[in-house]
Design a protein around this ligand. Structure first.
Ligand code: TYD
Length: 209
């Protein structure tokens, strides 16, 4: 039986890492085999790309960034994500194609109808491998910023400030609105347990439970 590929998206500081882990623990307790991964990352090459692309010191054009994220994604899909789903596992991934569509697209000045080139590049890198469910951990940037700032070191995107975070938020909400069957928007301003409950509800609904 095929597994299920689920992605977690949203602006920085929505608590994705914590929530992915909580969901993984809960799903394992129900007998599912679960793989947790993240982008950029998940393979050794992709982890190296991660260092390169997230360093705030190295100046990179938007195109270079996009192609690096996609190169990392191609490896990740081929070596880890697709094999895991084919083996019947539930894969929970911290960011995927919608981060590209927002960070390199909508929050970078493109409109929804101008994303076709990015979508085509992504489709080539992934050979059409797409999430069955995408959870957007959504909240007001000024609320989420408090958690983010508590984390310390900032990457290239985090140093861009509140206005950029607002553009990210709008970007993810725009994507979710355009594709309501794949997306579920989760209010990430609630307590850890409330957010977890909302996430589990969406995942179990997708599993037909
Ligand atoms: P990460 O430290 O994982 O951030 P977070 O904890 O907020 O998920 O770094 C990932 C960063 O890379 C994040 O700022 C979003 C950005 N990114 C892109 O710009 N495009 C992409 O395709 C991906 C996967 C991530």
């Amino acid at each position: 039986m095929e597994g299920l590929f689920i992605t977690f998206e949203g602006p920085d500081g929505g608590g994705k890492t914590t929530q992915i882990h909580k969901a993984a623990v809960a799903l394992r307790a129900q007998g599912y085999e679960v793989v947790e991964s993240r982008e950029p990352g998940g393979t050794s090459l992709a982890e190296e790309v991660r260092q390169l692309v997230l360093s705030a010191e190295l100046p990179l054009t938007n195109t270079t960034q996009t192609l690096l994220f996609l190169a990392a994604r191609s490896e990740h899909v081929d070596k880890l994500l697709r094999p895991a789903v084919r083996a019947g596992k539930i894969v929970l991934c911290d960011r995927f194609c919608d981060s590209t569509f927002v960070y390199q697209g909508l929050a970078n000045g493109l409109k929804l109808e101008e994303l076709s080139e990015l979508r085509q590049l992504n489709a080539a890198a992934t050979e059409g491998f797409m999430p069955a469910l995408t959870l957007v951990l959504d909240g007001r940037p000024e609320v989420l910023a408090k958690r983010r700032d508590a984390r310390g070191v900032k990457d290239r995107f985090e140093i861009k400030g509140l206005e950029f975070q607002q553009a990210l938020r709008n970007g993810f909400l725009t994507l979710a609105q355009a594709e309501p069957t794949r997306f579920a928007v989760i209010n990430a301003e609630g307590s850890e347990d409330e957010v977890h409950a909302a996430i589990m509800k969406a995942i179990l609904a997708k599993l037909g439970k």
